[in-house]
Design a protein around this ligand. Structure first.
Ligand SMILES: [Zn+2]
Length: 577
């Protein structure tokens, strides 16, 4: 019996007879006992590797999306990595940190020693879980294969020529369009799209070019390239986006479209001069992700019903609020998508145009030449539109134009800067809108936040701690009666279960996969109209919100926690005010 089995028996995590059986099964099938335990679901990965780390006295590492030094990857060939389940985690000078699933395996240790001698490096060993190993191997494999090859080609070409920037421009341009640079850019774009990244950052540092990807709202380092490829890399992206490659001192913006996995994806590019060279940020605009249906946005119940009712009306103002990155643009696009049919004229004013939509006349405002939301809106109204989308109401003039457009029989979609749905009316009044104009024009005000969605494949059911139970009860008790009824059975149970993230192959060990919105929607009613006309304070509006059964963002989040979609922490962080 292996040490780990003995320990599991000691801790009463499995029975002795079962352990003996497992040991012989592992032996006859030539499997590691850990793999067998995990495959049969007898113990969870975190517990197993925690124990293992203590037994072996080797610290357990939880690698995330690691910085990958391409040169380092060559030191441990993929075949050895796969066979012995070990991968480099990081490098300092000639010392590597190696993550191993089976550091106790003497064959693996021998192999590592051999590779170290051959590659002239020293190393420290850390324990990693099987799931983490598989996640890392997958990332390494996809990047490494193509990148090492194209980088070798590129470096050869750079070394061949003299310093790049001093070459005549046309020659440099030609060079940039040659295969290796093009391939590097293609690999970066594909890695972003396939990994569901929302943004790509290409940043020059002192010794490397760092490529980072934003996943689920957080930036992860994932690739380091030699510094000398930086000028060519930036130039290639600038050419794609029709930017000036000889201008490196001022910021530039552009966009381009590229086909990734047979889907045309738009990329929005912005460059910024920094002390170390130009930084490039690229927003990935995947149209299949933007045009989500309402249900998949996370809109449910009463909120969804109010939105659906609002878009059936032939006119009215639909205002969406939330901070940057709260998904409000995606929601507006989803509404526009639902309204987009032949026979209606839809015109949008955007800053910037994020997703191109078939059948919608999208116009990008250019405040620097006097074409802003207000002047654009005046122009649009002469284009006989049915539906108008205005990116954001930022000033009095735009606010007034938006209200008048909806008063004259248009459906108008826009966003506004307020913390929640209750703040919309006070904000409109602040912006100088006459209170008599609000009841006949405002249809609904919607507010939202984005929170991370638990990975369905690995989320773990746990008993909710007392503090969480109290909080959930408080929020449920203040829900509108009808919804309270649906959730009451959960509270009457002996214990309340919630889910926690864990991490698996499918979610690259993150424990979360994708994001979902939490929403609150308040609709114009006769009662609300009375309040607007008499005393439109946030307190009075809040009373009306309760009367009309509004579910707040926090309550919507709690309902999603009870549904097992997310964690209580995600909801609390997003709805702190
Ligand atoms: Zn998972």
């Amino acid at each position: 019996m292996t040490d780990i089995l003995r320990l599991l028996v000691e801790k009463n995590l499995i029975e002795k007879s079962k352990a003996t059986l497992l040991a012989s099964e592992a032996n006859s099938r030539n499997l590691k006992i850990e793999e067998l335990l995990l495959a049969q679901g007898l113990v969870d990965e975190a517990t197993l590797f925690d124990l293992k780390s203590k037994t072996l006295a080797i610290p357990l590492r939880k690698p995330e999306f690691q910085e990958i030094f391409l040169k380092v990857l060559e030191l441990i060939p993929e075949e050895s990595a796969k066979y012995y389940k070990m991968v480099p985690l990081s490098q300092k000078g000639r010392e590597l940190e190696i993550g191993m699933v089976y550091p106790e395996d003497s064959n693996a240790q021998e192999a590592l020693k051999f590779l170290a001698r051959q590659g002239n490096f020293s190393y420290k060993v850390f324990l990693i879980t099987l799931g983490a190993f598989e996640g890392l191997l997958k990332q390494y494999r996809s990047l490494k294969g193509e990148m090492t090859q194209v980088l070798a080609e590129l470096e050869k070409e750079i070394d061949k020529g003299e310093e790049m920037p001093s070459r005549p421009r046309s020659q440099f341009e030609r060079f940039v369009e040659e295969a290796p640079v093009t391939k590097i850019v293609a690999v970066i774009l594909r890695t972003a799209v396939e990994g569901n990244a929302s943004d790509i950052h290409i940043e020059p540092a002192k010794e490397n070019v760092r490529v980072r990807f934003r996943l689920l709202g957080e930036l992860h380092s994932s690739l380091l390239l030699p510094l000398k490829v930086h000028p060519a890399l930036v130039a290639r992206i600038k050419i794609l986006s029709s930017l000036r490659i000889d201008e490196t001192r001022i910021p530039q913006d552009g966009r381009f479209s590229a086909s990734v996995g047979n889907i045309a994806i738009d990329f929005r590019v912005s460059t910024l001069p920094t002390a170390l060279g130009e930084k490039v940020a690229i927003r990935v605009l995947d149209p299949t992700k933007a045009l989500k249906e309402f249900d998949s946005l996370g809109l449910q119940g009463e909120s969804l019903a109010k939105l659906k009712a609002a878009i059936k009306k032939p006119y009215g103002l639909i205002l969406s609020t939330g901070p940057t990155g709260s998904g409000k643009t995606t929601t507006l696009y989803a509404v526009l998508h639902a309204l987009n049919r032949e026979g209606v004229n839809i015109v949008s004013l955007e800053d910037p145009v994020e997703y191109l939509m078939e059948g919608v006349n999208q116009s990008q405002v250019r405040p620097e030449i006097g074409y802003d939301f207000a002047s654009g809106l005046r122009q649009i109204l002469r284009q006989d539109p049915n539906i108008i989308m205005v990116g954001e109401v930022r000033d009095k003039e735009t606010a007034s134009l938006v209200v008048h457009a909806s008063l004259t029989g248009h459906v108008v979609l826009s966003s506004l800067h307020t913390n929640n749905a209750l703040g919309v009316i006070p904000r409109l009044l602040d912006m100088g809108i006459d209170k008599y104009l609000i009841p006949p024009t405002l249809s609904i005000a919607l507010s939202q936040r984005l929170i991370r969605r638990l990975c369905e494949a690995c989320k773990v059911k746990t008993k909710a701690p007392k503090a969480v139970v109290a909080l959930v009860e408080k929020e449920i008790r203040s829900l509108p009666a009808a919804i309270q009824k649906q959730s009451e059975h959960l509270l009457s149970q002996k214990e309340l279960s919630v889910f926690q993230p864990k991490g698996c192959k499918k979610c690259s060990a993150a424990g979360f996969s994708g994001r979902i919105g939490i929403f609150e929607v308040i609709a114009m009613t006769d009662e609300l109209a009375q309040i607007v006309l008499s005393d439109p304070s946030e307190i009075n509006i809040a009373k009306e919100a309760i009367r009309q059964g509004m579910v707040s963002m926090r309550q919507d989040g709690i309902l999603k926690v009870l549904d097992g979609m997310t964690t209580i922490e995600e909801v609390l962080t997003a709805t702190e005010s």
